[in-house]
Design a protein around this ligand. Structure first.
Ligand SMILES: *Cc1c(COP(=O)(O)O)cnc(C)c1O
Length: 392
């Protein structure tokens, strides 16, 4: 019997080494990484600047606690706030914790206004994490089942449906915030209408609600801007991120702006590890790399190429329901459940993911060569072409 709790089931593959967009298993077989550790290693594996930052900081000071000033934390905060056009930031160790900070911030914002049962609007098919508050916010009963009682203080609307939120606004006078992903990742790479965020912004302004964007997956360059909302003219009040921020070093962030930036005071929130020197110095190397040169524009361009190529090559395939994406976040929705394609891809030396049961999800590294990109596209196309769904 395994001494690991069985939360991940049986895992078919043991990866022991990575370089750039490739990883190798314990038998020496190589794989092209079309999933980047679920949108984490966008800069690829063993990225020189990130490795150097980790080694530098490890030699100097790993941890002191938030009892003391941490220069690497301030420096990362400055760069991140400038990149995001936000005012300040709280550092966590993960995405769920970044969302916990946002949820606490929204509740305190409400309580400070005299709303003693502050309520947050969340969406169907959303994913916000696995802690009690974030699994309550998540719009997937599979994540919630067995963990009741869920937390009070959340109401749910259909994604990409402004009218549904208007209905909630009329029913609930204690709403204080909307928490939403700019593109739903786990929910099946769902891309909303291009004016969705602007309409949410206007709605939140009208009701004095906080607009809180969960950019844990979409942030840090994934869609071709530093944050996905930067494809629009709006700014959120709160934005959370994690995954790609440390390129593999665990770190999350909850950024705030304007009135949201002054909600927390001393003693309101904290974390032993959050924003520690190692994580911050590594993340600073990631932010510098993402903002230096032309990388964000390349991500946008490469994403569009991939999406167009997939649409083109799979245009006549009747197993395909929809192909959609934003930047290097791409979903191919099939008519039937297709989890088995993950194993079939592995046999071909490709790492891909299937989410929401029937959607192939690609989250490639940002640094794939044209040849590697074509290898991924052609591999996925042949997987779909060879796929024989069990229809009984
Ligand atoms: C992955 C993810 C989370 C949870 O992040 P963890 O680091 O696993 O806690 C939350 N929201 C979104 C949109 C995510 O993709």
């Amino acid at each position: 019997m395994s001494t690991l709790m069985n939360t991940y089931g049986d895992r078919a593959l043991t990866l022991t080494r990575g370089a750039g967009s490739r990883v190798w298993d314990d038998a020496g077989k190589s794989y092209l990484d079309g999933i980047s550790g679920i949108a984490v290693c966008g800069l690829g594996h063993a990225h020189a600047a990130v490795s150097r930052a980790i080694a530098e900081q490890a030699d100097q000071l790993l941890h002191v606690s938030n009892l003391y000033n941490i220069p690497a934390q301030k420096s990362l905060a400055n760069k991140l706030c400038t990149a995001a056009q936000m005012d300040n930031v709280f550092f966590s160790n993960s995405g769920a914790e970044a969302n916990e900070a946002a949820i606490k911030l929204a509740r305190k914002y409400g309580n400070d206004k005299g709303i003693d049962t502050p309520t947050i609007v969340v969406m169907k098919s959303a994913f916000h994490g696995r802690t009690m508050a974030t699994l309550t916010a998540t719009g997937n009963t599979k994540v919630q089942q067995g963990f009741e009682p869920l937390l009070p203080g959340f109401v749910r609307a259909l994604y990409n449906d402004i009218a549904a939120i208007e209905v909630l606004a009329a029913e609930h006078k204690n709403i204080v915030a909307v928490l939403v992903e700019p593109v739903q990742g786990e929910g099946g790479v769902r891309v909303p209408d291009s004016d969705y965020l602007a309409k949410l912004r206007a709605l939140c302004d009208r009701h004095e609600w906080l607009l809180m964007l969960d950019e844990i997956q979409t942030g840090n360059g994934r869609t071709g801007k530093y944050f996905a909302y930067q494809h629009t003219d709006i700014l959120p009040d709160v934005v959370t991120t994690a995954k790609g921020l440390g390129n593999g070093v665990p770190i999350g962030a909850c950024l705030a702006r304007g009135k949201a930036a002054s909600v927390f005071g001393p003693g309101n929130h904290g974390s032993t590890f959050g924003g520690n020197p190692l994580a911050c110095h590594a993340a600073e190397a990631v932010v510098d790399t993402l903002l230096g040169g032309n990388l964000l524009a390349q991500i946008a361009e490469r994403g569009e190429q991939m999406l167009n190529a997939l649409k083109d090559k799979l245009a006549d395939n009747d197993k395909v329901v929809d192909i959609r994406g934003h930047g290097l976040m791409i979903g191919i929705e099939l008519e039937n459940p297709c989890l088995e394609l993950v194993g079939k891809a592995r046999e071909k030396g490709l790492l891909i993911n299937v989410t929401a049961g029937n959607t192939i999800r690609l989250l490639p590294t940002f640094i794939m060569t044209i040849e590697e990109t074509n290898e991924l596209i052609n591999g996925v196309v042949s997987l779909v072409e060879e796929f024989e769904p069990i229809t009984e």
